[in-house]
Every structure is written in C-alpha cells, then in structure tokens.
Design a protein around this ligand. Structure first.
Ligand SMILES: *Cc1c(COP(=O)(O)O)cnc(C)c1O
Length: 338
C-alpha cells in the first residue's frame, strides 16, 4: 500500500544525506508536526524570521506557541545571527536548561531558520548562538531542496527539518512535504504522530495519542520519486537562469541580482533582484510596469509582524528585514524559462 511512500522516503534521505525522511501531506503540516516533536507547546516562544512565508509562523501558532520575530540580513536573506545574539543578551535570562524572555515571562525554546528563495542561511554562526542559549533548531527547508551549505544539504543541520513539494517548489508531488532528521527515535515518532498515532497491529485500532492524518498518499509519493530523479536537470536550469539574469543586469546601476554566498551552493529556486536602498521607493512601480508587460515579477512576502494575527507578537528590531522587503523583487524563475 505504501510502497512509493517508503521508496520516496529512502530516496529523499539518500539525496539529502539525512538519516531519515518521513513524507507528509504538505510542508506546513510537516512544520507543525516537527515543532510538536521538538516539544513546542502552549505558551512557548519560538524565534522565526519576519521575512518568511506565513506558514512558518502559522505552524508555531498551531502548537499554541508564540512566534517571536527576528531580523534578516542582506548577504543570505536569512536570520542575522549576530544581531540575534545581541537581542537575546538584552532580553533573556538563563533559566533551567534554556532561556526566559524577561519582557514576556515566556520560555524561548526554539528557532526556525528559513533558507529564503533557496539560499542557505549562515548556519555555523546561527548554531553557535543556539548552543549558547540552549535553542533547538527546526529548519524550514521548504524552499531549499538541492541547496547546500559548505557541501552539506540544507535541512540536515537542525534537530529536525522540513521540505515542501508544493506545486511551486523545485520538485512537486502536487502537494507534499517531508520531515528530515538524523535521530531514529524522532523519525519513528514523526511517522507515528503523522499517521494518527496508530499502534501497529493486523486488525486492532489502538491509538495512544491525538495524532494527525498527515500521511502523504502513495500516488503523490510516486510522483515524488519521478520528480526526484529529475532534480539534477531542474537545478542546472535554475542555476543557468540565475547566471543569465546576473549577466543581463551586471552593468545596470541601482540594482543587483542576488547571488549565492561563498559557503553556499544554491538551488536558485526563485531569483531575487535587489534594488539599491535609494531605489526602494520604486519597487511597486517596477512591479506594476513589468506585470503590465507580461513579466510576472512579485514582491517578497509582507513581513509577518505586520499581519493582523501576529501584530502583537514579540519581536526584535526588524530594520534589516524592513529595508530588504522594500528592495526585493522576485523574478520569473520557472525551469521552462530560457
Ligand atoms: C512553501 C513553504 C512552506 C509550506 O509548504 P506547503 O507544502 O505549501 O505547505 C513553508 N515555508 C516556506 C518558507 C515555504 O516556502
């Protein structure tokens, strides 16, 4: 029955270098389950970039936990580890095996770094901050299948990580996602939690906790196997397109095409045009003009702390993200584009 699910999971593990992969219905559910498995619950605070897709914060809220928004920086478009360290020094105190936010009285337990548009965050810097403050890392690698940090696949640095195979991602299963981990017990718990927590038995229905029905259907897993076989070609096309954009705009003043950091090999899932700060006010005009000419450029996500349900959440100074959001224009990046 689950033949392709098993196959897809073992191929994902093989491709990413993670010891275990558990396929789920989508990346959002994967994040929800991953946070639960990491012990995140009611009243915990979880650090998350303000510059990410809304699902990253939603998954935290589904657990009854509170997103605590952190800033991003220009060289990776991901969490600014240095600035985060200063923020935690200022607002937190050590308590038991972790930290308390002195401004809210809540425990800050974990962090969810996200590899924006496929570009790996500065993981070593982030890891050292997390070790210092006792924070668990749950990686949102939804956009970064095929992206590597110092030769190692993204999604293999956290205690637990999540991929997405939504229709717009680098490979798709229609809808789908996966949880990655090196921890065998955690992988078994992930399977259990996402398959209604049913104890294996030939006929009895015994469930030992409130589980989820997050299992990826076999038919979607079959698609995933076929897609994963093609990932090399997809990555070549994405990287070739990024090179073309870079060459085309090289001489252009006032903007740059984002390119991978020295430590990274990016999947260039979505190409980013970065306007000079002085041109940030022109972003909407450029988006409007290009769309009117059939070039479907897009802004980045609205920063999550500005959305109504997250307005009152704790946050650090977000001036880096605020400026980045005004400067980013996402360029058409489909693999069929040439
Ligand atoms: C796509 C995406 C998700 C959610 O994945 P779905 O499979 O669409 O649920 C989560 N986080 C980020 C950053 C994403 O880009």
């Amino acid at each position: 029955m689950g033949k392709y699910v098993d196959l897809f999971e073992s191929r994902l593990a093989q491709y990413t270098g993670a010891k275990f992969a558990v396929a789920v219905v989508n990346g959002t559910s994967g994040l929800h389950a991953a946070l639960k498995l990491a012990g995140i619950g009611q009243g915990d605070e979880v650090l998350v970039p303000a510059l990410t897709f809304v699902a990253t914060a939603n998954a935290i809220a589904y657990c009854g936990a509170v997103p605590h928004f952190v800033d991003s920086e220009e060289s990776t478009l991901g969490i600014d580890a240095h600035k985060l360290e200063h923020h935690l020094e200022r607002i937190s105190v050590f308590w038991e095996d972790g930290i308390l936010n002195t401004e809210t009285g809540r425990r800050i337990k974990a962090i969810v770094p996200m590899h924006a548009f496929g570009h790996p965050v500065a993981i070593d810097e982030l890891k050292s901050v997390c070790e210092r403050f006792g924070l668990v890392i749950i990686e949102d690698a939804a956009e970064s299948l095929g992206s590597f940090y110092k030769g190692r696949h993204t999604g293999t640095f956290g205690k637990i990580s999540v991929l997405s195979f939504n229709g717009n991602k680098i490979i798709t299963t229609g809808g789908g996602g996966a949880i990655l981990t090196d921890d065998e017990d955690l992988a078994a718990s992930a399977k259990h939690l996402t398959t209604t927590a049913k104890k294996a038995h030939p006929w009895e229905y015994f469930h030992d906790m409130t589980g989820f029905n997050f299992r990826l259907p076999n038919i979607n897993a079959a698609l995933g196997c076929a897609q994963l076989e093609q990932i090399g070609g997809f990555l070549e096309k994405k990287r070739a397109l990024a090179r073309k954009y870079q060459a085309a705009f090289q001489e252009m003043e006032g903007l740059a095409i984002f390119s991978e950091a020295a430590f990274a090999r990016s999947n260039y899932w979505l190409n980013v045009m970065l306007l000079d700060p002085i041109l940030a006010s022109e972003r909407d005009r450029i988006i409007q003009y290009t769309n009117s000419r059939g070039i479907f450029t897009r802004p980045a996500w609205k920063l999550l702390h500005t959305l109504p349900m997250y307005e009152t959440c704790p946050k650090m100074d977000l001036s880096g993200s605020e400026l980045l959001e005004k400067r980013i224009i996402n360029l058409p990046s489909g693999v069929k584009l040439s």
